[in-house]
Write a protein that binds this ligand. Structure first.
Ligand code: ADP
Length: 370
C-alpha cells in the first residue's frame, strides 16, 4: 500500500505529518501563511507542483522567450549554453527555472547552495565529478564563501579548477580540467554579488512579481494537480491575495482547500476562499497580522509617521530586522507605506486600507512620499 503511491500523495502525506507536528507545537520553523519562504516539508510538496518544461511555465514572458532561444541554440550547436544568473525575491520560480533548464537540455542537475559550500574543497568535489553538459544550480549564490567564489571564476571561464595541496609555503596548486558545464546561479540579493562573478554569467534574468491573471493560471493548474475543484471567482480571490508570488498562491490554495473539505462540500468558491482566508488572517491585499500590525502602529500610534524603524519595532514588540525584512517590503510595494529619510510614513492608501480617512495634508498630495 505504501510503496506504489504517486509522488503527489506522498508529498501530501508528508505535509499532513508536518501539520500535525505544527499543531503539536513542534514547529518554530513553519513559514507564515504569506511568507515567501518555504520550509523543508513545503519544498517537498512544491516539487510536485513545479512546472517541468518551459511551455508549462506561466508568466515571466520575456525571460521565458530569451531562455528558450539560448537553450535551443545550445542544443543545435551541441554545446552547453552560457551560465545563467537568476535574481528576484523568493518564491518566484528561480529553482523551477534551473530544473527546467536541465530538463530542456536533457542534462543531469546538481543542486547546492551558497551556504552549503563552506570550503572551496566542497565546490571542487562537485565540479571535479561533473559529466559533460551537466547543469549545476547554486541557490543563494551571493552567500558563497570567498575562496569558493574565486574557484568558481576559473571554473566558469576555463572549465578548470586549481586544487591546492598542502599548506603554507610548501602548498602547490594543481590544475584540474573539468567537464564543460552550465552554472545556474540564483540570488535574492543581486546587489550583493561581486562584479567579477556577475560578469561571468552570459545571461542574467530578473524575475518580477506575477500579475493576478498569471497567478490565477498557476492556481488553476495547481488545483488540477491537487484534484481541487475551484470556481473562476475562487481562483481570482486567491490570486489577488497572493502577493504576486506563486509559492504563496499555492500555499493559500492548499489551506483554502483544507477549509473547503472540512467545513463545506470541497469546492473552492469566492465565499469559501474569503471565509477561509479570514480565519488564516490574510486580508484582501494579502497582508498578514504582522503587516497590518506595522501599518496600524504607524497610523494609530504615530499619527501616520514619520517614525524611525527602531521606535516602530519597539512599539510592536518585534525585532527591527523582522519589521524591515519581512513586513516592510511588501507594504512599500503595494503603496501602503513609504520610506523617507525621516522614517516610515503611511500613505493615503495605507490609511484607507485600515478604513480611515487620511489627514488632509496626505490626501492633497498623495504622491509626496512616493
Ligand atoms: P524560488 O527558487 O524563486 O524561491 P521556486 O522555483 O522554488 O522559487 O518556486 C516556488 C513554487 O512556486 C514552486 O513550487 C513552483 O511550483 C511554483 N512556481 C514558481 N513559479 C511558477 C510558475 N511560473 N508557474 C507555475 N508555478 C510556479
Amino acid at each position: 500500500m505504501t510503496e506504489n503511491r504517486d509522488p503527489l500523495t506522498q508529498a501530501e502525506d508528508a505535509e499532513l505529518a508536518a501539520r500535525r507536528r505544527r499543531m503539536a507545537g513542534d514547529a518554530e520553523d513553519a513559514p507564515g501563511m504569506v511568507s515567501a519562504l518555504a520550509d523543508a516539508d513545503e519544498r517537498f510538496i512544491e516539487s510536485a507542483l513545479r512546472p517541468r518544461r518551459l511551455t508549462e511555465f506561466t508568466g515571466q514572458a520575456r525571460v521565458r522567450e530569451q531562455l528558450s532561444l539560448i537553450l535551443q541554440s545550445a542544443l543545435r550547436r551541441g554545446r552547453p549554453p552560457d551560465h545563467v544568473l537568476l535574481s528576484g525575491p523568493p518564491g518566484l520560480g528561480k529553482t523551477t527555472i534551473a530544473m527546467i533548464v536541465a530538463a530542456e537540455l536533457g542534462a543531469p542537475l546538481r543542486i547546492t547552495s551558497g551556504p552549503a559550500i563552506e570550503r572551496s574543497g566542497d565546490l571542487a568535489a562537485i565540479l571535479s565529478t561533473l559529466s559533460e553538459g551537466e547543469v549545476v544550480f547554486i541557490d543563494e549564490i551571493h552567500r558563497l564563501a570567498r575562496p569558493a567564489e574565486e574557484m568558481l571564476y576559473l571554473a566558469m571561464e576555463d572549465f578548470r579548477v586549481d586544487v591546492v595541496i598542502g599548506k603554507g609555503p610548501g602548498a602547490t596548486a594543481i590544475p584540474l580540467e573539468i567537464a564543460p558545464f552550465t552554472l545556474v546561479g540564483a540570488t535574492t540579493r543581486a546587489g550583493l554579488l561581486p562584479a567579477p562573478l556577475r560578469d561571468r554569467f552570459g545571461f542574467t534574468a530578473h524575475l518580477d512579481f506575477y500579475a493576478p491573471d498569471e497567478l490565477e493560471h498557476i492556481i488553476r493548474r495547481s488545483a488540477g494537480l491537487l484534484g481541487v475543484t475551484l470556481t473562476d471567482e475562487g481562483a481570482t480571490e486567491l490570486s489577488t491575495r497572493s502577493r504576486g508570488t506563486p509559492r504563496i498562491a499555492n500555499r493559500l490554495l492548499r489551506r483554502v482547500r483544507d477549509y473547503a473539505e472540512v467545513r463545506a462540500d470541497g469546492v473552492v468558491t469566492r465565499e469559501i476562499a474569503r471565509t477561509a482566508l479570514e480565519i488564516y488572517e490574510v486580508d484582501s491585499h494579502g497582508l498578514d497580522r504582522l503587516d497590518r500590525g506595522v501599518l496600524e502602529a504607524v497610523v494609530r500610534r504615530f499619527g501616520g509617521g514619520p517614525v524611525g524603524l527602531s521606535t516602530l519595532a519597539v512599539a510592536l514588540g518585534e525585532e527591527a530586522e523582522t519589521v524591515e525584512v519581512v513586513a516592510e517590503p511588501f507594504l512599500v510595494r503595494c503603496g501602503l507605506l513609504a520610506r523617507t529619510p525621516r522614517g516610515r510614513v503611511a500613505t493615503a492608501a495605507g490609511w484607507a486600507h485600515l478604513g480611515l480617512t487620511p489627514p488632509p495634508s496626505l490626501a492633497e498630495s498623495p504622491t509626496l512620499f512616493d
